[in-house]
Design a protein around this ligand. Sequence first.
Ligand SMILES: Cc1ncc(COP(=O)(O)O)c(C=O)c1O
Length: 458
Amino acid sequence: MPSDPSTPRPASTPSVVAGANYVGWRVQAGWAPVEVVRAEGCRFWDAAGHEYLDFASQLVAMNLGFGNRAVAEAIAEQARTVAYVQPGFTTAARTRATEALRAVVPAHLTRFFFSTSGTEANEAALKIARLVTGRRKIIARHRSYHGSTAGSISVSGDLRRESVEGIHTVPGTVFGPECYCYRCPLGLTYPSCDVACVEEIENVLACDPDIAAVIVEPVVGTNGVILPVREYLPRLRAATRRHGALLIADEVMTGWGRTGSWFAVDQFGGEPDILTSAKGITSAYVPLGLTATTEAVYSAFRDKFFPHGHTYEAHPVAMAAAAAAIGEYQRLDLVAKSRRDGEYLLQKLEPLRTSHPIIGDVRGRGLFVAVELVRDRRTREPLGSPADKLGGALLPVDRVVAGLAGRGVYTFGWLNCVLLAPPLIIERSEIDQAVAALDATLRELGPSLLSAPRTAPT
Ligand SMILES: Cc1ncc(COP(=O)(O)O)c(C=O)c1O
């Protein structure tokens, strides 16, 4: 439910699409989608000829940008040769994807299940964790999103769960605190806190023998690019082991170089039993979800029925795209580039942090950065709340995102954070362009947003 890309520059003609299609995560009336007619590299153009710099990789997914020939050609070639076989068969593309994955995912994750989205990757992970442990409950964190179907939304802490709570959720989620030092949910300060947020989770594990797994986004994505302190994931890992629960790392957003390593767990630790991903695995050229597990997890099904699967499981075209996308990340050395460019982006944002009172925090790793908007730097009161969002208010962050789009920079906002996550092929001059647009937007809108009443009318 990021800010709606239809807001900034509405299409000039009434849309047949809007008249006939549902669109996710918004009130349906009033949807006026921008029609994208051309795209290349980090840029796309709408039907009215406006150019946008994509500073969000659409939904933090197009890590290679638009028009990557290697991926496009691999898809076309696969569609021409063996477009589809049912998942009980295999193809050369599936072999290539498997080999490519083996070279980049953490080495202890040796078994792969393929689906078509991050949601499905997590559904599989949750089912596997329950079946392997014989336990029913999952610990998740309040600031999290893991997907839109019954299982995955049930472990999603953010407001997207609220409208379906008890109607289309499964029982058994226990929510715990996240490691969010800027707004510590326990009111403590690092390092004197001794990472009490992980202790809270361990307490639940110790008291409840029915916990199958803890699911985390190693770096929380949509809910504000929240980085854990260095001890957090290793300690969470040790706690889950002590109590016989699995650790699931949801790397749907953070995988594929986004945070400056192939996966966030490569630098933040944790050694998960199950890692899920999607999005950048094909750079979003075709849909693909990945659930990677250890050999130990897999062995539970070696001689036992695996009660899961899809028609489009390991779809050959998606397999070809994944192998090609991973090859492109390697050829262009984009993981290291993301780390370097992320440092550059944070440096460029530093002067904005001091000059705009509306900015409470700027944080990130690699090309994955959030600018958090606050009403008051001292109290850190967020500028925009879940209640405002559910009430249909136009949030300050939506105005900032619209202001940026008006300046030709597409990004997305969530509650009180602007997320900056360009394709990893971004150039330094394009980073400069986006930061200048953010500076100008905040200079124009900042004072009025800070003085506006708490809930703005739509
Ligand atoms: C961390 C995380 N997990 C899961 C999902 C769901 O993925 P999908 O939208 O591909 O179903 C998302 C989507 O943004 C996500 O950010």
